[in-house]
Design a protein around this ligand. Structure first.
Ligand code: 2M8
Length: 445
């Protein structure tokens, strides 16, 4: 059966909590940061006002540092999630966190929000432009502030690359983090019971207990440092320059600059955005490894380059800034047997980890499966980079893959089997964007 707009809309409506959307019905009952950004793009195809509420609601939990937290805990007690707010205890240890009753985590996720704002504005019909413009103008400085946090607190070296503090800052059990986690010889964190593995019924699709021990120990450390970036930088054991996160930041700075006139941005903000964009683009170019054709993360603590082949290596594409040589090299690699051209793949889509890597696990979360949202980001990048034929193939194959299952979180790359949570909001959201063939109705950006 074909994947349909009505089916995707039903997922968003089913997970809708009024002004925010559960990331999925059971496994993820709260509001997640980058999920919300993708979800807003989906809502923009149904109601641009509702799309904007998603972001407005998320930003009510923004920290005074500018950080947008990775989870805003909003579900009631009947919808448990582990680890809950008590593991973070943010407002008790730092004034930077919003006061109760708002409860959040103390880390963040890739800044897709600006891409969502731009898409919302592009899809705003003329009759709604005055209202939506005013609301975007009100939100815009907060989004710039979020970017300022990433450009400063998360990059005190001014390197142009964002430092992540925890695998939960995007791609949880990616093999990119294996070596850094292996170095942590943890005493077991306090007793805990996971809910995710029983909720899903198949632990092999989720991080291991070894991973969770480290994930929770890292949370304890961050709490001990009172979520203070200076302390964290001084003492934390997990500091990774993440090229994928940094690439999204570059694309997000460009998106805010494209909205600057409409949003009435100040000269200072425009100059900052342009500076962060240039610095990020140059930094990614420096992390490009000619030998492998990939952009490489590095570990701030050891200075070590992380050579494992994952989707993140295509950062120059995700940033939309690849120069002609890098673009050609990355397109060749993308369709090589190490990635989309692997003969065993069900669809020619980008898997989270290369099937040629020893760490590749086709069932396991960020260690192999295809994630529709990542392929959506790449599709949008390829479109912007002028590779429309390759982008069209990616959209077609993604929709074909999604005809099976129920808007799942991720898909087995060799068989196309749907995995993870069904009715995952961000998957439905990107389907709504892929299925939209209207000309852009509204504001230029
Ligand atoms: C996954 O992460 C959460 C923790 O944040 C989990 O496994 O419990 C990741 O895929 C993350 O990137 C995503 O935002 C979240 C909700 O979809 O789930």
């Amino acid at each position: 059966m074909d994947v349909t707009r009505d089916g995707a809309a039903a997922v968003l409506h089913g997970n809708d909590a009024g002004t925010w959307t559960k990331a999925s019905p059971h496994l993820y009952p709260h509001q997640w940061s980058w999920d919300s950004a993708f979800i807003a793009i989906g809502w923009a195809h149904l109601d641009v006002g509702r799309a904007l509420s998603e972001l407005e609601e998320l930003f009510t939990a923004q920290w005074s540092t500018g950080m947008v937290p990775h989870i805003v805990f909003r579900a009631g007690p009947g919808q448990p999630y582990f680890p809950g707010p008590e593991w973070w205890d943010c407002s008790a240890v730092t004034k930077a966190a919003p006061p109760p009753p708002i409860k959040t985590t103390g880390i963040c996720q890739p800044p897709v929000h600006a891409l969502a704002l731009r898409r919302i504005w592009q899809l705003t019909p003329p009759a709604r432009q005055p209202e939506i413009r005013a609301r975007i103008q009100a939100l815009f400085p907060r989004v710039v502030n979020w970017h300022r946090y990433l450009a400063t607190g998360r990059d005190p070296e001014g390197s142009g690359l964002v430092t992540t503090y925890h695998p939960w800052e995007g791609t949880d059990n990616s093999p990119r983090w294996d070596r850094a986690l292996e170095r942590i010889k943890v005493a077991k964190p306090g007793p805990y019971t996971r809910l995710d593995t029983s909720e899903l019924g198949d632990p092999s699709q989720r991080p291991t207990n070894w991973d969770y021990d480290r994930f929770l120990w890292l949370v304890e450390q961050l709490r001990k440092f009172r979520y203070d970036d200076v302390q964290i930088y001084r003492h934390h054991r997990f500091l990774l320059k993440d090229v994928f996160f940094s690439a999204v930041f570059v694309a997000a700075n460009a998106a805010l600059l494209a909205l600057a006139d409409m949003a009435g941005a100040s000269d200072g903000d425009r100059a900052d955005l342009a500076g962060w964009l240039d610095r990020g683009r140059a930094a990614l170019a420096r992390r490009f490894d000619v030998k492998s054709g990939l952009c490489l993360d590095y570990d701030v603590r050891t200075g070590e380059r992380i050579r494992v082949r994952t989707f993140a290596g295509f950062a120059p594409l995700f940033a939309r800034t690849a120069d002609a040589d890098q673009l050609a090299a990355q397109l060749r690699l993308l369709d090589s047997t190490a990635f989309c051209g692997h003969p065993g793949l069900r669809w020619r889509l980008l898997p989270s980890t290369s099937p040629a890597e020893s760490a590749f696990e086709p069932h396991n979360y960020w260690r192999g499966p295809v994630w529709p949202v990542i392929n959506w980001l790449l599709w949008q990048s390829l479109t912007e980079l002028g590779c429309s034929a390759r982008a069209d193939d990616m959209r077609r194959d993604s929709l074909a893959q999604l005809a099976v299952g129920e808007f799942n979180e991720y898909y087995e790359p060799l068989t196309g089997q749907p995995l993870g949570s069904p009715r995952q909001s961000w998957t439905a959201a990107v389907v709504l964007d892929w299925l939209d063939d209207r000309d852009e109705a509204g504001g230029e950006a």
